[in-house]
Ligand binder design. Structure first.
Ligand code: ADP
Ligand code: MG
Length: 310
């Protein structure tokens, strides 16, 4: 049951031995033996994980209010490869500290692995856009675009490719501040500036560039492509963009092939009705250049957004 109160007596003294890596983080908890995570209700479910709203309580500080947190755990039906993916997600999050990236607070390993992160009050940008569709204005959406570009620029500097940039994976702190989350598909690049995909999990193909769809090739520049698609969602009240030429009948089972064919023919997602032409022409459309090197960098996108945010 989603909303049962589950008291999990996880002992924070087992907090990851690699805590040293994140010691530099000012906001990391002083976790001690008296800490408990109390899961409250499920707020999200994905391919291999579930996210719960939770409180972090400390027996030694009984007078203090428990801190609200979000907890990601593996689904019970999880397969072994999920555990490896989850460990990679945790490792990547531990290496990140930026105002536009969701903050990891700790890890519990016993009796099961839990990723503890800050709780971001307004949840996913996708649902926020849908709920506030009548009150959102261009300047606010441009501020979100700026926040995302800044967070992505930081990831690029760290040699990390996100691979799942979409409105569902952006969290809303308040009406003027968003953070990038869900590093479940993220990868640290090796010597090459691209990564060849090896996975059996379902992929968000609508957000993927031609080179990712065709060759499984991912890079900072394929994240730039996804950024353009994410901006389309933003200016379309959280609705997924559609290529007019794809009919339901054609799509079934052949989505990837049909999408790639249309993209190769130069067809792109249209300008959402609520999106100013200048935003589409200056920011969104350039992200969809066929050659990854012709796409703007995130640093350039930061400048473009800053220019347009008044
Ligand atoms: P998945 O791998 O299942 O897609 P996500 O990390 O994207 O996992 O989380 C799924 C959903 O849970 C998000 O879309 C969001 O609604 C919610 N969520 C995730 N992390 C947080 C958080 N730190 N604060 C608030 N809500 C969150
Ligand atoms: Mg997600």
């Amino acid at each position: 049951c989603d909303f049962s109160n589950i008291l999990s007596n996880f002992n924070f003294s087992t907090m990851t031995s690699s805590l040293d890596n994140i010691n530099s983080m000012q906001s990391i908890f002083e976790l001690d033996e008296g800490s408990n995570v109390v899961l409250q209700g499920r707020i999200g479910v994905g391919f291999y994980g579930e996210v719960y709203r939770a409180t972090l309580e400390n027996d030694n500080e009984s007078g203090k209010c428990p801190r609200q947190v979000a907890v990601k755990k593996l689904k019970s039906s999880g397969i072994t490869s999920s555990l490896q993916d989850f460990e990679r997600e945790i490792d990547i999050m531990k290496s990140l500290q930026h105002p536009n990236i969701v903050e990891i607070l700790g890890v519990v390993r016993d009796p099961e692995i839990l990723l503890i992160m800050e709780f971001v009050k307004h949840g996913s940008l996708q649902s926020y856009l849908m709920m506030n569709r009548d009150s959102l204005h261009t300047q606010q959406l441009l501020k979100y675009s700026l926040d995302i570009a800044k967070g992505m620029d930081y990831l690029g500097q760290k040699n990390i490719v996100h691979r799942d940039l979409a409105a569902r994976n952006i969290l809303v702190v308040d009406e003027n501040h968003v953070k990038i989350s869900d590093f479940g598909l993220a990868q640290v690049m090796g010597e090459n500036d691209y990564y060849i995909l090896k996975t059996n999990r379902e992929l968000p193909i609508k957000w993927y560039s031609p080179e990712s769809l065709r060759d499984g090739k991912f890079s900072v520049r394929s994240d730039v492509w996804s950024y353009g698609v994410t901006m389309c969602e933003m200016f379309n009240s959280g609705e997924e963009p559609k290529l007019a030429n794809i009919t339901q009948k054609e799509e079934k089972g052949r989505e990837q092939e049909v999408l790639l064919k249309l993209l190769a023919a130069g067809i792109r997602f249209p300008c959402p009705p609520m999106c100013p032409q200048a935003v589409y022409i200056r920011i969104i459309y350039p992200c969809w250049q066929n050659d990854p090197h012709d796409r703007p960098s995130f640093a350039k996108l930061v400048c473009e957004c800053e220019d347009m945010v008044s």
